[in-house]
Design a protein around this ligand. Sequence first.
Ligand code: GLP
Length: 240
Amino acid sequence: MEIVIVPDATAQGELAAGAIADLVGRKPDALIGVATGSTPLPVYQALQRRKAEGLDLDRARICQLDEYVGLPAGHPESYREVVRREVLDRLGISDDRFMGPDGSAEDVVRACADYERTLAEAGGVDLQLLGIGTDGHIGFNEPISSFGSRTRVKTLTRQTRVDNARFFDSLDDVPQHVLTQGIGTIMEARHLILLATGESKAEAVALAVEGPLAAIVPASVLQLHPHATVILDEAAAGQL
Ligand code: GLP
């Protein structure tokens, strides 16, 4: 695992965008897994700047990490809409180069299996961006998720619902259930880049990077990945 400590979120965004630009240079149709939440936004802004300067993303493909269950199609906080706004629209990537799990499906169990198949048929994820929850989750794999898990339905912890309530009118509006790529699914991506900023993530980062491998800290699984990069600002690195 490579740990890089940078001064701020802008530098973090530039570094991760640089890795994506290098990948697309080598493999124009790379499948790039994006994450939601606030942390990766500077990456998408940096990519938008690079595109304006000539980065060719005309064949790049984007896939989603996770999704809320039960939000109606088109809900502004569904991750499909967030990815559309923050990634696809910014980078001029059309719907036919985007894949994600369907959280509004009637049969969500089937939607999970469908998404696993879609990712496999697409050739697997080349680079997956990850944030980290304050409880150490990646995607929506909450503590004690199996390291071998595949895309499935999960129940959110209260902590994660409280953390994500800022995107909704109230805590009650945050869905209880989600679909998430499993930890086993995430681990198949060829390169993982985990981003964390701020003091609120410092404990989870220290446990993930320096603690024992433990299902109670899902992000600790990155210690087993052959190509994992962790990019932190000073505050998130504060307990290393
Ligand atoms: C959500 C997402 C995660 C993300 C986490 C942290 O729970 N499912 O993928 O990493 O939030 O978000 P933030 O970057 O806003 O702290």
